[in-house]
Design a protein around this ligand. Structure first.
Ligand SMILES: Cc1cc2nc3c(=O)[nH]c(=O)nc-3n(C[C@H](O)[C@H](O)[C@H](O)COP(=O)(O)OP(=O)(O)OC[C@H]3O[C@@H](n4cnc5c(N)ncnc54)[C@H](O)[C@@H]3O)c2cc1C
Length: 387
């Protein structure tokens, strides 16, 4: 069958769109990475049924599938010479009300839209990643995305409870926490095969030996077998066996995600930033380790190169109001707490600790405007703390 006729058949069978023209394929030949590869076709499913038909079609004709949400991946995850499945156009619904701090969404829901919706209940999705105004839940799950608060909240994997997926043969499988793995191991079909093969692949000793140390939170190095090995049945006191967190970070290579149930966290009540100034970068790195026992929500480095770029930039020079002298590096430490007085005390203890260790030369604290009001039109107010 001629290529275009082949895709015509798919188009006639689904509610969504199939694009095979050169211009559309060119548009989808790139993501936010340096890579470029022309897909054979692009398909925009409207619903789960479309996804099933798309996967069955790809299976039958041996066409690789490249799931795609907002396409902000930086390592070429969304480019390839197969068929791009773009969930960003139609699969964009929030599917449930908030229940027990959880919510069910389609993969094309944008992170900022989700947070706008759940903030009515003082909740938030914990991963605050830089591309929040466009990246989507399917893509965050695909990449196991994490933002500056990973010290406190871990990664996306730690906040995905359940997934509805389409497997490579077009069957639908729901993955969630299991009280009883035995039944799944006996199940017939592809889903049962998946449980059996993963169960037999977990060899806890070699995983412990060869996977990166669990304290390294921000990493995505292959499939998360080490995550499973740390749960039941291998670790009796661990969480129940659940393939949903395992699928996070699989970059669209294992399943096509059609729905996810997400765990939300309360919006922090009080927060502030301590901007520690350093005369050299190495000292700022030493200070990072020293600050960890103070339970920061985030520690972000601003190096000299970035600081220099802000000097002659009209917009960014306004954001330099808190900078003292000419630091070679600044560590921005964010603290969260429920009580303002406790938060202030923690900030002072942290600063004293750094001063005693001879780390840093200035420690301005920046509080947000809700608490202190804006100063000269600035969104943040700073007070100085210099050694
Ligand atoms: C300037 C910039 C800053 C960034 N900052 C961060 C950051 O702070 N933290 C961070 O973690 N990342 C960051 N990223 C990377 C990227 O934005 C995130 O990983 C984001 O979560 C990807 O979301 P997306 O919707 O663009 O996904 P996409 O890029 O579209 O897809 C990501 C992966 O998910 C898979 N996928 C998408 N939908 C599905 C589905 N329905 N079923 C199965 N698989 C699917 C794709 O195949 C792909 O492998 C940044 C990128 C840029 C360009």
């Amino acid at each position: 069958m001629k290529t275009n006729n082949l895709y015509k058949k798919l188009e006639q069978s689904i509610a969504g769109e199939v694009l095979v023209d050169l211009a559309s394929r060119r548009l989808y030949a790139t993501d936010a990475s340096i890579y470029q590869e022309m897909p054979r076709a692009v398909v925009r499913p409207k619903n789960k049924n479309d996804c099933i038909k798309i996967v069955k079609f790809a299976h039958q004709h041996h066409i690789p599938l490249i799931p795609r949400a907002a396409g902000t991946s930086t390592a070429g995850q969304c480019v390839g010479n197969g068929m791009v499945v773009d969930v960003s156009r139609y699969m964009t619904q929030i599917l449930s009300e908030i229940k027990n701090n959880t919510i069910r969404v389609q993969p094309g829901v944008i992170l900022d839209d989700l947070n706008d919706f759940v903030s009515q209940k003082n909740l938030i999705f914990a991963q605050n990643i830089s591309t929040s105004n466009r990246c989507m839940m399917g893509g965050m799950i695909g990449n196991n995305a994490c933002g500056s608060h990973s010290l406190l909240y871990g990664t996306t994997r730690d906040h995905v409870i359940e997934m509805e997926t389409v497997l490579s043969d077009g069957s639908v499988a729901r993955f969630g926490p299991l009280d009883e793995l035995e039944n799944k191991l006996k199940q017939a079909g592809l889903e049962g095969d998946i449980y059996r093969s993963i169960y037999h692949a977990i060899d806890t000793e070699s995983i412990k030996k060869h996977y990166p140390h669990p304290e390294i939170i921000r990493r995505n190095t292959g499939y998360a077998l080490d995550y499973l090995a740390n749960h039941q049945p291998w670790n009796k006191s661990g969480k129940p066996f659940n393939l949903a967190p395992f699928l996070c970070g699989s970059e669209g290579t294992l399943v096509l995600l059609t729905e996810a149930t997400l765990q939300l966290v309360p919006i922090p009540k009080q927060k502030l930033l301590i901007c520690v100034h350093f005369v050299d970068l190495v000292k700022s790195m030493r200070a990072t380790v020293a600050m960890l026992p103070h339970n920061p929500a985030a520690i972000e480095l601003i190096d000299q190169r970035i600081l220099e770029c802000t000097k002659d930039n009209l917009e960014q020079s306004r954001n330099r109001f808190w900078i003292q002298g000419n630091p070679r590096a600044v560590l921005v430490i964010e603290l969260f707490d429920d009580e303002p007085s406790v938060l202030e005390q923690r900030a002072q203890v942290l600063i004293q600790d750094l001063q005693q260790r001879g780390l840093g030369y200035a420690y301005p604290i920046i509080r947000d405007e809700q608490r202190l009001g804006t100063t000269q039109g600035r969104a943040w107010a700073a007070d100085g703390h210099t050694q």
